[in-house]
Design a protein around this ligand. Structure first.
Ligand code: NI
Length: 138
């Protein structure tokens, strides 16, 4: 771990009270923990915005009875071989399937994969979880 630095922060009392309520609700044990997370969140956002190498997960939910959806989703994943690390398939119930696609690559490629899957007719829900390779948030 790198050297710890300390700094003071000045802000409106009312804003600090709101911050304290927020971090209590999110179960942070202290302000430093919460501020560290906020900073890392912004650094991850910057990695995505600047098109750097990122890590994430795309989650999709669809009805597997629609065979065209199944084929389309499969075709798309074969087009993104360099971006997809692995795919986990979960049979949710008799109709619905969930796929969690682990991704690593250029932010633009990951975003394009996410957008492409989202646009498939029959995909009921799609989310992109944006995370980091870890380098920018050490
Ligand atoms: Ni299934």
């Amino acid at each position: 771990m790198s050297e710890i630095a300390r700094f003071g922060v000045s802000l409106d009392k009312s804003l600090l009270e709101k911050f304290d309520r927020l971090i209590k609700a999110r179960r942070y044990t202290n302000r430093s923990e919460a501020i560290r997370d906020l900073i890392r969140q912004e650094l991850v956002r910057e990695e995505w915005e600047k098109g750097r190498e990122v890590v994430g997960a795309v989650t999709i939910v669809y009805d597997h009875h629609q065979r065209a959806v199944l084929n389309k989703i499969n075709d798309i994943q074969h087009e993104f071989l360099d971006t997809i690390i692995s795919t986990q398939h979960i049979h949710l119930d008799r109709h619905n399937c969930c796929e969690i696609i682990a991704v690593r690559g250029r932010a633009g490629d990951v975003q394009r994969l996410s957008d492409t899957l989202k646009s498939v007719k029959g995909v009921r829900h799609e989310t992109l979880n944006m995370s980091s390779t870890g380098k920018a948030i050490e």
